[in-house]
Design a protein. Structure first.
Length: 70
């Protein structure tokens, strides 16, 4: 898994498609779903960790884009 698209495809394999028009909400839902899949032992540890990293990076990117510049 290398990017958010790959994460979305992983979630889609388990019947999860997330789109709420609010990117923060989408990321939070993806994180919750990924945690649930991992705790149910449906995804490997490596995929779980990479997915969480991708989500955290995306949140950081959004925070940087929205922060006011001086």
């Amino acid at each position: 898994m290398k990017n958010m698209y790959d994460l979305q495809q992983l979630l889609k394999q388990y019947g999860t498609i997330i789109y709420t028009t609010d990117r923060y909400t989408d990321l939070g839902l993806m994180e919750a779903e990924l945690r649930e899949l991992y705790s149910s032992q449906l995804v490997e540890r490596e995929d779980y960790l990479m997915g969480m990293l991708l989500i955290k990076q995306e949140i950081s990117k959004l925070n940087l884009e929205e922060s006011p510049t001086k």
